[in-house]
Design a protein around this ligand. Sequence first.
Ligand SMILES: [Zn+2]
Length: 313
Amino acid sequence: MPELPEVETVARDLQRWIAGAQITGVEVRWDRTIRHPLPSERFAAELPGAVIQRVGRRAKSVLIQLADGRVMTVALRMTGALMVAEPGTPDDRYARVVFRLADGRELRYRDVRKFGRIGLFEGGSLRVRRGTGRPGRSGVRRRRAAVRETTAPYRVGDVFARHGPEPLSPSFSARRLADRLAGRSARLKSLLLDQSFIAGIGNIYADEALWLARLNPLRAANTLSAEEVRRLHRSIRKVLRQGITNRGASFSDYVGADGEPGENAERLAVYRRTGAPCLRCGRPIQRLVIGQRSTHFCPHCQPAPSGQGASDR
Ligand SMILES: [Zn+2]
């Protein structure tokens, strides 16, 4: 599943290739790809004529900002990909939404398993319509249950209101991480995967950051020393930056907007390296399951917290 570095790679590619392009037509081939709040036919009708001003990222979503102020959000989820097809490129049977551009190219949203979602939001307010499908995980559903759905103003910011800070943002300091960890008894691995705690990190980069920080994934968040928090902060940012440099990690479906897999998978230290020697101490990497997620770590470099050992899996 694409995490921050993978989504950032896609966004940077698209910024280079489609910023300034005009959308002339939209074909929705799988209705459920279009998420709350617009029904797919309105989505397709409202986009022609729009000019793509800038492509960016928030959390694990690509943000396609239109010159008229609206923002299209693309959550790639499991197998989603955004690719630019030159004129004459054969059609793709897994393309769920096709955006035709004025210069003859197509921006294709490809998704084999169809878990990804695309939304279109006003920069200002937008009325949320009833019966257009459930909001995604990051929707306003839980945020303002008391507000009547038919009249609630809906801004793109609301989509990400429940997300935690961006780990590569200048404002994400070690101090801020320490504040967020304090008082939390959750295990580090679970907390790093929690998008409301910190945005953009998934299974790959959580394991990598904990290994680099020499912290056991079972450690309770509120047991870290100040030095350990600083190590974790540095490690999170380092593994994410390395991921972006290497254009993301591809294990199955992830590809950049150029259609090519990233090169970060072979540079990972622990993720999916069970039994292989630790790059630091040479002992075998182990795997355990925490919160139903595979977790890879070195038991020597990342010693278990006292009282939590093999029986606590
Ligand atoms: Zn080790």
